[in-house]
Design a protein around this ligand. Structure first.
Ligand SMILES: [Zn+2]
Ligand SMILES: [Zn+2]
Length: 370
């Protein structure tokens, strides 16, 4: 893999028509360069990005495991300041600090009005994963400026009391992790198992506690991540390399099994173990991104007669969701700061990708400052 960074172009007078951005040129090839700066059309906004991050999904793209077109700017977690407002966007001023979700629903289509905005059909109908556009089908946030589509539905003003670092992880991983707990329908007093304590699993762990679980059991091999999980909401963390996690969850629940299991990795083994951990009538809430075929062994779900619920969730976005998550941070209910372990400038993003994708130096999330 070649990750190169172009030397910073020295401009005596910053050319207002261009900006610096991390451009995907093909698998293994991301470079920071000078590209055209976006302009806001009707219903759109341009924000000057003040903070963003790298997601595991960006690493999948860079590894060639999820195809996007060459020339795309990656990244889907924007915090910034409104630089330009297109016609028809009301209630905002240039200079407002805003958080934009990783998912930018149109707010007008069948999916959006049916409460499934992440499957937004861009003005009509439904499209699977259609709400995810940044760094997927349109230019993303690892840049100095970002064009926000459907700005009226997607610009969430940031309260003065919150810093950029306190809100940047709400755009995706906190929204995704919490949604795994919400979709699982966790009830007061439930036992919840969360498979994998990466950034999203950690947020699912925090979300399970917020939803009222009496006991949260994390599953993780990495000792640092296990320790963070216990700080953020896990009562116990099991290492699947040394413990039979299905047997241990059964033992901890008096033989019944967990009420809800959240899968936050996207592997056959974790999905299957999640299913094997839950009691009859229990719920598997899946957040993982899978490839190939996922198998459902008949004995793991009572041959289809166990009243199990299997639910999948894509990160919820839109300004209402972002506002709700910011209120959780503002109220002190959730602190995302322990998850930000490293900080880089945009021009150092190649190094940030290297550290993040190889999980060097106990990294959890990197903050990127354009
Ligand atoms: Zn993401
Ligand atoms: Zn829509």
């Amino acid at each position: 893999m070649t990750i190169a960074v172009h030397p910073h172009k020295q401009l005596t007078e910053k050319d207002a028509a261009t900006m610096r951005a991390a451009v995907f040129h093909g698998p293994g090839d991301i470079r920071v360069g000078e590209v055209a700066r976006p302009k806001a059309g009707p219903g759109e906004a341009v924000i000057r990005v003040t903070l963003t991050t790298i997601c595991g999904t960006d690493v999948h793209i860079l590894n060639g495991e999820y195809p996007v077109k060459a020339g795309l700017i990656l990244g889907h977690e924007p915090v910034g300041v409104i630089a330009e407002l297109g016609a028809g966007v009301v209630g905002y001023e240039v200079g407002d600090r805003v958080l934009v979700g990783a998912i930018t629903p149109c707010g007008q289509c069948h999916a959006c009005f049916s409460g499934k905005a992440s499957q937004c059909g861009h003005g009509t109908g439904y499209e699977a994963i259609g709400g995810w556009r940044f760094g997927n089908t349109i230019d993303g946030a690892q840049a100095e400026y970002l064009l926000v589509p459907y700005a009226q539905a997607n610009l969430a003003k940031i309260p003065d009391s919150l810093t950029d670092e306190q809100v940047v992880l709400l755009a995706d991983i906190a929204s995704t992790g919490f949604s795994g707990a919400e979709s699982g329908g966790i009830k007061l007093g439930d036992t919840v198992v969360v498979f994998a304590q990466g950034p999203i699993g950690l947020c699912a762990t925090a979300g399970a506690k917020l939803m009222g679980a009496a006991r949260v059991i994390g599953i993780e091999t990495d000792r640092n991540r296990a320790a963070v999980a216990q700080r953020i909401g896990a009562d116990v963390v099991l290492d699947p390399e040394t413990v039979d996690v299905v047997a241990e969850v059964k033992r901890l629940t008096g033989g019944y099994g967990a009420d809800v299991a959240i899968e936050a990795l996207g592997l056959q083994v974790t999905f299957e173990n999640a299913l094997r951990c839950v009691r009859p009538g229990g719920t598997v809430s899946s957040l993982g991104v899978y490839s190939g075929k996922l198998q459902l062994p008949y004995d793991a779900f009572a041959a289809g007669l166990g009243d199990h619920t299997i639910v999948t969730t894509l990160c919820p976005g839109g300004k209402e969701r972002m506002g709700r998550l910011m209120r959780m941070v503002e109220a002190g209910r959730f602190d995302p700061l322990p998850l930000i372990t490293h900080r880089f400038a945009l021009d150092e993003i190649g190094e940030a990708y290297r550290v993040f994708s190889n999980r060097l130096d106990d990294v959890l999330k990197v903050a990127i400052r354009p």
